[in-house]
Design a protein around this ligand. Structure first.
Ligand code: J9Q
Length: 227
């Protein structure tokens, strides 16, 4: 998989050189390119935004630099371009699973006031475009959202996580929240590990864990149980 990121804060993504994703890049499983949108401007001030037509507060990102950035990054029609946006479809584990199967993802990091809408429209003529929201809250830009999405997607790319088994028993993988986990010592500050987990009875343990998933989901995220 190749991932390209276009942002006015490319230094934001230095952290992708370490941890799981860093290793995946070293092993050639994921190839990452980070591009500074200002490198696609031609004025002395490297201007990327301007006042909104129709008035209103804040600034809107100009279309020209984005058009030139995508000219460079989009090689063919196989890419998916993801624009993080508070007005986007909700990013879920299902979204992450879908995108983990794609050969080329391009993330366009806009600022809150947004990117000139013609950029989204024009990009859709030469790639699949998805505007995606992490949740109903306001960020100053798309960079933090892209970091979270790349982590959620990257760990699902075959070969990135050592033990694929560990990907199956997680929150949201089966539509339920995950069961509580415990490790040694068996008693800590007078708090005991649930005895069933020490019983060695794998059937009883599996049943207890599923019941814990249902109870936790009912309590914390009843919306996940709606048909
Ligand atoms: N608020 C934002 C501003 C700019 C780019 C993305 C977002 C966003 C994404 N998910 C929630 O918010």
């Amino acid at each position: 998989m190749r991932i390209d990121i276009i942002s006015i804060f490319p230094e934001f993504f230095g952290v992708l050189d370490i941890s799981l994703l860093g290793k995946a890049r070293e092993r050639g499983i994921i190839d990452l390119g980070v591009h500074n949108l200002r490198d696609f401007t031609h004025d002395r001030h490297r201007t990327v935004d301007d006042t909104p037509y129709g008035g209103g507060a804040g600034m809107v990102m100009k279309p020209e630099p984005w058009g030139e950035a995508f000219d460079q990054v989009l090689q063919d029609e196989s890419s998916v371009v993801i624009f993080p946006s508070p007005a986007g479809e909700r990013f879920t584990q299902a979204t992450a699973r879908e995108l983990a199967l794609e050969p080329h993802l391009v993330f366009g990091c806009g600022r809150y006031e947004g990117i000139d809408q013609r950029v989204i429209a024009h990009t859709a003529t030469r790639a699949r475009v998805r505007e995606v929201s992490l949740g109903d809250y306001v960020l100053n830009g798309g960079e933090v959202a892209v970091m979270a999405m790349i982590e959620a997607i990257g760990r699902l790319v075959p070969g990135v996580v050592g033990n694929p088994e560990s990907l199956t028993e997680e929150s949201h993988e089966d539509g339920l929240l995950e069961y509580p986990s415990y490790t040694k010592p068996a008693v800590w500050r007078d708090l005991e590990v649930p005895p069933v987990l020490l019983s060695g009875n794998h059937g009883a343990i599996a049943a207890w864990r599923h019941e814990q998933q249902l109870e936790r989901t009912r309590r914390v995220r009843p919306d996940l149980l709606q048909p």
